[in-house]
Design a protein around this ligand. Structure first.
Ligand SMILES: [Zn+2]
Length: 227
């Protein structure tokens, strides 16, 4: 596929994010919180309902369930995702701004280009409202690029559905991409920003498992939001 090499460059981005990450200086923690329009972007509620998009590939259903369960298992478990209607029978198409969060809406690379997200494998469109120092997110629509090849497992030939969705749901939790990491591949944070790491050409499978940093990020958001 001619676009594959280009798609490989960037795993994910967050729509509505204007500011580039500024915290290159390191603090004690490795996770980073989302920032949108200069304010911290965090979930509005501790229960985050999602519909699997009507047009989502059926091969993504169980990877999505597993990705949701990974985050839901991290404390505090009260702060969680809730798949409404399960993986089938969704009537929602993933429209951004309709107040309904969806996951698994396919989108063409050309449409992503028109939106400024060329070469992204998946994108999380976050919709919210500014409230004091926060951008409170009440809707998240997670889409995947139909030019990218997806599958299940650890392979350089496709992106792992579960790993990609686990990463994107991390943005819904309130976490930003992690740009600095130097440990082993087995502890690669879910919020790692791209699909390559050291000599590894496709690390999407390694994004399935939450690391301590990822879980600390969720706990930090819960503390800030009093969830
Ligand atoms: Zn990301």
């Amino acid at each position: 596929m001619k676009n594959k090499s280009k798609i490989n460059k960037i795993l994910v981005v967050i729509v509505l994010t204007i500011c580039l990450p500024l915290n290159v200086s390191h603090t004690a923690h490795a996770f980073d919180l989302n920032t949108i329009n200069g304010v911290t972007a965090l979930p509005m509620d501790y229960i985050n309902n999602y519909y699997i998009a009507r047009t989502c590939s059926s091969s993504a259903f169980y990877p999505i369930l597993n990705a949701v369960n990974a985050w839901n298992s991290a404390p505090p478990t009260k702060f969680r995702f809730n798949l409404v209607n399960g993986p089938v029978n969704s009537n929602y198409n993933g429209s951004v701004g309709d107040g309904i969060s969806t996951i698994g809406q396919p989108i063409s690379d050309s449409e992503l280009v028109s939106l400024g997200y060329y070469s992204s494998v998946a994108v999380n469109f976050l919709t919210g409202t500014v409230n004091g120092p926060y951008f409170l997110v009440y809707e998240s629509d997670i889409v995947y690029n139909t030019s990218a090849i997806f599958g299940i497992g650890d392979s350089v030939n496709f992106f792992d559905w579960q790993g990609v969705f686990t990463h994107e749901l991390g943005h819904s939790i309130g976490l930003n991409d992690i740009y600095s990491y130097s440990g082993g591949i087995s502890n690669l944070p879910t919020m790692w920003y791209t699909d390559t790491y050291q000599q590894y050409n496709n690390v999407s499978y390694h994004l399935r498992s939450l690391t301590t940093d990822d879980m600390n990020g969720k706990a930090a958001v819960a503390l800030i939001r009093d969830f």
